[in-house]
Design a protein around this ligand. Structure first.
Ligand SMILES: *[C@@H]1O[C@H](CO)[C@@H](O)[C@H](O)[C@H]1NC(C)=O
Ligand SMILES: *[C@@H]1O[C@H](CO)[C@@H](O)[C@H](O)[C@H]1NC(C)=O
Ligand SMILES: *[C@@H]1O[C@H](CO)[C@@H](O)[C@H](O)[C@H]1NC(C)=O
Ligand SMILES: *[C@@H]1O[C@H](CO)[C@@H](O)[C@H](O)[C@H]1NC(C)=O
Ligand SMILES: *[C@@H]1O[C@H](CO)[C@@H](O)[C@H](O)[C@H]1NC(C)=O
Ligand SMILES: *[C@@H]1O[C@H](CO)[C@@H](O)[C@H](O)[C@H]1NC(C)=O
Ligand SMILES: *[C@@H]1O[C@H](CO)[C@@H](O)[C@H](O)[C@H]1NC(C)=O
Ligand SMILES: *[C@@H]1O[C@H](CO)[C@@H](O)[C@H](O)[C@H]1NC(C)=O
Ligand SMILES: *[C@@H]1O[C@H](CO)[C@@H](O)[C@H](O)[C@H]1NC(C)=O
Ligand SMILES: *[C@@H]1O[C@H](CO)[C@@H](O)[C@H](O)[C@H]1NC(C)=O
Ligand SMILES: *[C@@H]1O[C@H](CO)[C@@H](O)[C@H](O)[C@H]1NC(C)=O
Length: 419
């Protein structure tokens, strides 16, 4: 009796689900896509067919979706005409990203496992070569989704950031591939991989080659896990920036592990603005392999905009974003201490330059007095490319706990907490 009932329910669910193929035209396929999704915003698979290259020539904002899978088996292409995109992004109705989700439950964004198909091509090369940064189209705003999946997506030469999960709950993003790689000497600016906003988010088995943060954990993020991934060429596994313009930060329980950082500017990175408020608590970076990375561990509570003026003085007259229970554990690799100019450097000194650094620092803790507690780096095993000794920067008047190494601007000397 019971099993009969279950069978009936299973049949009802199976019958309720339909697959709808996105129509492909010679022109812009976005209006057809929008009409289709609007008609079938629940219990449906919206399929981009294999064998077709769909023209996504305008930005799309999806309706609220329930039990919907967006499945990309065909290729998707942005316009190749830069000013055409800029006109859309600069227009009054622009929803904020080229693909914007406006909420829903049980939503899956799924690419193809066929290496030849399922690519989303942003044609970023022309933008990078022209150093064109005006009205750039961000990629996928996977916003306000409860129970979401982002899997098997493949992004080719995106123009701006790729995936953002702001306001989403219970999202798993895995097996995604982002290739923001320039074929020339131009730089893929601001091509962040994943911006983690929201709660209960799991990112795993992602492969990202880009020109900005591989992961960036934003304000309001709670219970974020990132693991088993590969990042190349970008700006690291980052928390922040937090506390901009005096805002109140609230980030808790972030666990980042088992990731290889290849020729990235930073490995693990935290940044909060001078003059911010709030707290970032319980953040762990563990089992990080770094290869050719100038700043494997970099924490600043004194982030500021170099374009606006000199660094604010580190005094107690301003509030700041507090940090508590930060752990960097089992970092193994090679520091890039040979001369280099990272591609995002457009000023002299470069935005990432640290006054008085030797270039051999495995960890730089630029903390704000009285606002950092229990920051520890343990099991750190670093060498430099030139085989010169590894150094650290740390100001002992800014932190009271044993940080795992002698807190000074000098050689890396492990202490009790670092064992
Ligand atoms: C979607 O499917 C569920 C489960 O079969 C069903 O309860 C619900 O009514 C369906 N929604 C729509 C809009 O068809
Ligand atoms: C949407 O639904 C309406 C009404 O059922 C129908 O006339 C129209 O053809 C549908 N459009 C698409 C794109 O499915
Ligand atoms: C959620 O969506 C998936 C497809 O992405 C579907 O198989 C599953 O049945 C949906 N869950 C519910 C509760 O409808
Ligand atoms: C590119 O787009 C702009 C703005 O829409 C348009 O004026 C121009 O003719 C387009 N260029 C080409 C080569 O299509
Ligand atoms: C799909 O797009 C990618 C990226 O542009 C391209 O490399 C691939 O050849 C395309 N696939 C086909 C079958 O055209
Ligand atoms: C944290 O998020 C994961 C999904 O990444 C979930 O499985 C787990 O239950 C969440 N933990 C809490 C305490 O909510
Ligand atoms: C710290 O975060 C981890 C997950 O990242 C969680 O399992 C643990 O319970 C948190 N600890 C506290 C004290 O909140
Ligand atoms: C920081 O303090 C120094 C010395 O008191 C002063 O010259 C400088 O202007 C201050 N910088 C800022 C940004 O306030
Ligand atoms: C500094 O923090 C205190 C206590 O949280 C708060 O009352 C005050 O408004 C903050 N000041 C600024 C300038 O944000
Ligand atoms: C750099 O070192 C010089 C000489 O020791 C010192 O005067 C200066 O304050 C240092 N600058 C910073 C930003 O620590
Ligand atoms: C260390 O921090 C204290 C407190 O902020 C500051 O006064 C001092 O100048 C710093 N020392 C160096 C060498 O930066």
């Amino acid at each position: 009796m019971l099993s009969g009932l279950l069978l009936l329910q299973a049949a009802a669910i199976a019958f309720a689900w339909d697959t709808f193929v996105v129509p492909h035209t010679l022109g812009d396929d976005t209006p057809g896509l929008l009409a289709l999704v609007t008609n079938h915003s629940s219990n449906a698979t919206i399929l981009f067919d294999k064998g077709k290259t769909y023209n996504i020539f305008t930005a799309i904002k999806f309706p609220v979706l329930t039990n919907v899978e967006i499945r990309i088996e065909g290729n998707l292409t942005y316009p190749t005409n830069i000013s055409q995109i800029q006109a859309v992004v600069g227009g009054s109705g622009f929803p904020g990203a080229w693909f914007t989700f406006s909420g829903g439950n049980n939503v899956t964004l799924r690419g193809s496992t066929d290496p030849k198909w399922g690519w989303v091509d942003g044609h970023g090369q022309a933008w990078w070569d022209a150093v064109q940064q005006v009205n750039r189209p961000h990629g996928w705003a996977f916003s306000h989704i409860t129970n979401g999946v982002i899997r098997d997506m493949k992004i080719w030469k995106p123009v701006a950031w790729n995936f953002a999960t702001s306001g989403s709950v219970n999202v798993r993003a895995f097996n995604n591939l982002i290739m923001a790689v320039s074929d020339t000497s131009s730089f893929p600016f601001n091509t962040d991989g994943f911006s983690a906003g929201g709660t209960n988010l799991l990112f795993e088995n992602n492969h990202i080659v880009n020109g900005d943060d591989c992961l960036t954990v934003g304000n309001g993020a709670h219970n974020i896990t990132w693991r088993n991934s590969y990042c190349e060429g970008g700006h690291g596994l980052s928390i922040g920036s937090l506390g901009s313009g005096g805002s109140v930060a609230d980030v808790t329980n972030v666990f980042i592990e088992k990731t290889t950082m290849k020729s990235t500017l930073y490995g693990a990175r935290f940044k909060s603005w001078t003059g911010g408020n709030g707290l970032a608590r319980n953040v762990t970076w563990k089992d990080i392999t770094f290869i050719d990375v100038p700043f494997p561990i970099y924490v600043t509570q004194n982030y500021w905009d170099q374009g606006v003026g000199p660094r604010p003085n580190n005094t107690n007259t301003l509030n700041n974003t507090h940090i508590q229970d930060f752990l960097f554990q089992n970092f193994v690799g090679v520091i890039r201490d040979k001369p280099y100019v990272e591609g995002s450097c457009v000023s002299d000194p470069c935005w990432y330059a640290v006054a008085n650094a030797t270039g051999r620092e495995v960890a730089i803790l630029d903390l704000y007095p009285g606002t950092a507690s229990n920051v520890v780096a343990k099991d750190i095993f670093a060498t430099t490319e030139t085989l010169r000794p590894v150094a650290v920067m740390c100001n002992s008047t800014t932190v009271t706990n044993d940080v795992g190494f002698k807190c000074w601007d000098g050689a890396f000397i492990r202490t009790k907490a670092g064992l």
